[in-house]
Structures are given as structure tokens and as C-alpha cells.
Design a protein around this ligand. Structure first.
Ligand code: ADP
Length: 395
């Protein structure tokens, strides 16, 4: 392989990884380490057609990565030639507006940002430190989920709180899933054969997590996630927007503490709370079986999407492309059809037959008459990260 790049996405007890050749953009290997710090840690490693499964207790991220490097040495691909390691980092605050070569000062700055993303940044930092210890001779690069949204104008990112308080504690809208919104919106421009900075776009990243962005002539100007990835659309287990008064209400009425409310809104709400399932395949099956809760959940999900898309059309003034991506957006033709039908009064027109065709390729699903071109474009966050990493080490 000419320029293999190792990409790491570290959670609190898991590490997702891929090796991508930055020149051919082919995936050489991929895998998942789970239950780090528990008795039953596992590695599931795929290389070519071969799958390898390892069960061994890993005390921490460092132990897991040491085992991973010896697994690579045994079954391939050869990591000794790795050109760089790219780390997915959730929160870059206002400090990181682009992909950044990692040194001690970057790790220190990420540590300072940890209160903004207590669930995500600390494991990310652990992963960076462990990977730098295991692969000390290659450049390590941080790719931030928030970076794409550092172009938001102040009017969009400012919350109506006392200015001094917000400034002292870095309280503002940041936005997340930026790597995906950036990759997909650029792919749309390429697919339509238009310059990126000539298009106004709305991107709907609808996966387990979900967010929508408005991109004006190549710059993100609005997005639905906020200070944290809890805001905005309804997600698999996250509530999205609720009245901020809900916290005080739950505290008063049920005596819930802040951590309990945080867990309730992040892990027990969204489609799980409404329909009793997070996977849209299960939710659709329930609806088809006549489950009224699931039907209401879908209506609420679509209504929330509609209110965001309507608002972003107003923000952009004129929209060239609206694109669905991620697990739900790429696969669930019903969700796409429900939303686009609701947008018919604004000149959106869906080609229903094309919408129902399954494909892994970028495609237009609107008719030639539609005022806005509607697309489905598969996201590929790992490939986007590999490109970012290559660009950062080539500078
Ligand atoms: P994550 O946010 O975890 O990266 P993904 O973008 O992979 O999530 O999306 C996962 C979700 O995609 C699943 O929970 C499921 O709801 C949805 N999904 C995947 N495949 C299908 C399908 N064939 N039909 C409908 N929904 C699907």
C-alpha cells in the first residue's frame, strides 16, 4: 500500500478503526474493539475476505491498541508503513477550526475542552495518548466534528443568555457531525458538476444521531445540534429539542438530579422513548402492524424535520439541493417520501419510483420539475477523515 492511514474513533469502552490507502482510497482493514476495561473485551478485525475475532481482557485503551498493533503484524496489513494516524475528535470548541497535527499543546487544549464534551473528549484523549505511545514515529492528526461549523455567523451560534456568562463558560452553538456534512455537501457539488461555493444546500444527516445543516455558497451557516449533540432533531435515543424549562420541571416534580435528566434525554428518549425501538426497520414494521405509538413517533420525527428544513430554507433564501445521508437517510425511502411530500407546497417534487430504488451510489430522487434538487448521497466519514489526514500531513 502506498499511503496507508490508520483512522481511530475512540469511545469510552470501544475503538472503531479503519486502514485506508489514501492514494487508492481503498479500505485495507477495519474493525471494532469493544468492552475495553471489562472482562470480556473483544477485537473483530476484517482484512480482505478474512475475519478475525479475539477475546482477551484489555485494561485500557493502551492495552487494546498494543494488541491491535500485534494483530496487524500477524494478519496484516503492515502498519510499519503507516503514513499517519487520524483521530476522530468530537469537540474542538472555538480553538480548532480545522484538522490539526497533534502535539502536546493540542492534547492540552483538548483536555481544557473536556467539560464541553465529558462523554466524548476524555476517551478521545486517552486514545490519542495510547496511539502516540504505540506508534510514536508517525504523525497523528485530530479531525474535529465541530470544525465544519466554525463558519456559523454569530447570529446563528449565540444563545440568548447573559453575554458575560456565555463568554466565560464558552456557551454557544457548536454543531457536530461536521465531517459528514462537509463530505456529503462536497460530494453533491461534484455529483451535480457545480462549483461548491456556487450552491446553497441543506444536508440531512439522519443516522442514530441526526442533524441538519444549512450551507450557503460553501460555508455552513446553520445547524441543528448545539452546545452538545443533544439539540435539534429527534434521534435514536436522544430527544432533540425540548423546552429548556423541562429540567427544572423534572427536578421539581420527580426530584431527578441533573445527571439523571441528562441520561433520560440522551439515552431513553427519541424514537426509543416514543416508539420503543431505535432502528427504523423495527419502527416501520411496528407501524405496518398497526402500532399507534410507532405511527405517532414517525409523525413527530417528520414534523421536527419539516420545521428545521422550513427554517433553513428561510435562512438560505434560495436552496439548490437538499440531501439525505446516513443510515436512515440513505436507506429509509418512507422517511424521505413523507418529508418531501410535506415540502410539496414549496415546490419540492419527488420521483417516487426512483426514491424506492436501493443503491449505494449518490443519486437524484426529485423530478426534473422540482424547484430544489433532492438527493441521496451515502456518507463516508472514514474516507473523509483519511482525506483530511492526508491533507494535514502534506502541508
Ligand atoms: P450512527 O449514528 O450510529 O453512525 P448510522 O448512520 O449507521 O448511525 O444509522 C443507523 C440507523 O440507520 C439504524 O439505527 C436504523 O434506524 C437506520 N437504518 C439502517 N438500515 C436501514 C434500512 N435498511 N431501513 C431503514 N433504516 C435503516
Amino acid at each position: 500500500m502506498a499511503k496507508p492511514i490508520l483512522l481511530l474513533n475512540c469511545g469510552s469502552s470501544s475503538i472503531k478503526y479503519q486502514v485506508i490507502d489514501a492514494e487508492t482510497e481503498q479500505v485495507a482493514a477495519s474493525g471494532l474493539i469493544q468492552r475495553i476495561g471489562e472482562a470480556g473485551s473483544t477485537i473483530d478485525h476484517e482484512v480482505g475476505e478474512a475475519e478475525h475475532h479475539i477475546e482477551e481482557p484489555f485494561a485500557d485503551h493502551a492495552a487494546a491498541l498494543r494488541e491491535l498493533v500485534s494483530l496487524f503484524a500477524e494478519v496484516g496489513p503492515d502498519l510499519s508503513q503507516v503514513a499517519a494516524v487520524g483521530h476522530r475528535c468530537v469537540h474542538g470548541g472555538t480553538r480548532f477550526s480545522k484538522t490539526t497535527l497533534i502535539d502536546e499543546s493540542v492534547v492540552d487544549a483538548m483536555r481544557e475542552l473536556s467539560p464541553l464534551a465529558p462523554l466524548h473528549n476524555p476517551p478521545g484523549i486517552q486514545g490519542i495518548e495510547a496511539a502516540r505511545a504505540v506508534l510514536p514515529d508517525v504523525p497523528h492528526v485530530a479531525i474535529f466534528d465541530t470544525a465544519f461549523f466554525t463558519t456559523l455567523p454569530a447570529e446563528a451560534y449565540t444563545y440568548a443568555l447573559p453575554t458575560e456568562l456565555a463568554a466565560a463558560h464558552h456557551i454557544r452553538k457548536y454543531g457536530f457531525h461536521g465531517t459528514s456534512h462537509s463530505y456529503v455537501s462536497k460530494k453533491v457539488a461534484e455529483f451535480l458538476g457545480q462549483p461548491y461555493d456556487s450552491l446553497n444546500q441543506i444536508v440531512l444527516h439522519l443516522g442514530n444521531g441526526a442533524s441538519v445543516s444549512a450551507i450557503q455558497q460553501g460555508k455552513a451557516v446553520e445547524t441543528s445540534m448545539g452546545l452538545t449533540p443533544l439539540a435539534g432533531l429527534i434521534m435514536g435515543t436522544r430527544s432533540g429539542d425540548v423546552d429548556p424549562g423541562l429540567h427544572a420541571y423534572l427536578g421539581r416534580v420527580l426530584g431527578l438530579g441533573l445527571d439523571e435528566i441528562d441520561a433520560l434525554l440522551n439515552r431513553q428518549s427519541g424514537m426509543l422513548g416514543l416508539a420503543g425501538a431505535t432502528d427504523f426497520r423495527d419502527i416501520n414494521a411496528k407501524i405496518q402492524a398497526g402500532d399507534k405509538r410507532a405511527a405517532l413517533a414517525m409523525d413527530v420525527y417528520i414534523h421536527r424535520l419539516l420545521t428545521y428544513v422550513g427554517a433553513y430554507i428561510a435562512v438560505l433564501g434560495q436552496v439548490d439541493a437538499l440531501t439525505f445521508t446516513a443510515g436512515v437517510g440513505e436507506n429509509d425511502f418512507r422517511v424521505r417520501a413523507h418529508l418531501i411530500k410535506r415540502l410539496a407546497p414549496l415546490g419540492f417534487e419527488l420521483d417516487e419510483a426512483v426514491n424506492e430504488v436501493r443503491s449505494k451510489e449518490p443519486r437524484v430522487i426529485s423530478t426534473a420539475n422540482s424547484r430544489v434538487t433532492v438527493l441521496v448521497v451515502p456518507t463516508n466519514e472514514e474516507l473523509a477523515m483519511a482525506r483530511e489526514t492526508l491533507a494535514a500531513i502534506s502541508q
